[in-house]
Design a protein around this ligand. Structure first.
Ligand code: CAO
Length: 241
């Protein structure tokens, strides 16, 4: 690689120098390595979450007194666990010429904080219900924002979800969080006209973007995984099959 350009920016105008904090330095080193070393491809899919969002809003109304709001992220985690069980290659890591298949389901989620990006981890997400997942993600996100996450609360993820849906966006290409082999990006759901065979009907469509390490996961498998997640989100009864 040729050296990074060294420029005296003061020649062109006023500047301010800000040293990167510890989190930003760590993130930069990790993301830089992952971007260069992982041959990742991003696969996009649209999930119809009209009925799920209606159920989420209704359930939250019925449980107002419970003090926990169920979130789309909790359903995404549940759907991810079901898809990881169906397609175990996604719950793996490369170790030399071996693939390590994990029998546990720890789901990391990207959390935006004032000091940078951190990834808290929900341990044993397969053993937790939607309310529990929602409560734990919101507690961990609050700890993350306050800079109070302990190292073990950020370790051991086997798959990561990066949800930007509360902010906006249509699709994006998340960077795989090594040594994991895939990451699911979620953007903002929007009402879209969908053809039902006779007419266009308004449906709430959520964009999903799955980046996967091509050394482990080929395009057909990634697309099957995405299609399955979209089917689960469209009709969550499938998760009980
Ligand atoms: N589509 C549409 N709306 C969505 C949505 C989606 N996919 N996901 C969440 N929302 C809405 C919710 O309905 C909620 O709306 P109301 O306030 O009207 O109820 C609002 O967004 C907030 O949602 P939430 O409380 O469920 O929180 P969240 O899931 O959006 O966020 C967290 C939690 C921790 C993921 C978030 O705070 C965060 O940090 N996101 C950024 C992650 C990030 O930086 N990723 C990039 C990493 S790579 O650079």
């Amino acid at each position: 690689l040729i050296p990074w350009p060294k420029v005296d920016f003061t020649k062109f105008g006023e500047i301010e120098r800000q040293p990167l904090n510890r989190i930003k330095k760590l993130t930069a080193a990790n993301l830089g390595r992952n971007w260069v070393m992982i041959p990742a491809v991003t696969y996009h899919e649209d999930a119809d979450i009209t009925d799920l969002e209606e159920f989420r809003v209704l359930t939250n109304k019925e449980n107002e007194k419970k003090g926990v709001k169920i979130t789309m992220l909790a359903f995404l985690m549940k759907a991810a666990v079901a898809a990881l069980k169906k397609y175990p290659e996604f719950n793996s890591s490369l170790d030399g010429d071996d693939l390590i298949l994990k029998k546990y389901f720890n789901i990391g989620f990207a959390a935006d904080t004032p000091t940078g990006l951190v990834v808290p981890v929900i341990k044993d997400a397969d053993k937790k219900g939607i309310f529990e997942l929602a409560k734990e993600t919101s507690d961990l996100a609050a700890l993350a924002r306050d800079g109070k996450l302990k190292p073990d609360q950020m370790q051991g993820a086997s798959f990561t979800i990066s949800s930007l849906g509360g902010i906006g966006g249509t699709y994006f290409s998340p960077i795989v969080n090594a040594p994991e082999v895939a990451i699911m990006g979620v953007s903002k759901a929007a009402m879209k006209p969908v053809w039902d065979g006779k007419q266009f009907v308004p449906r709430l469509i959520c964009p999903l973007s799955l980046s996967a390490d091509h050394r482990v996961i080929d395009g057909a498998l990634a697309t099957r995984f995405n299609v399955y997640i979209a089917q689960l989100l469209a009709d969550f009864r499938r998760a009980s099959l």
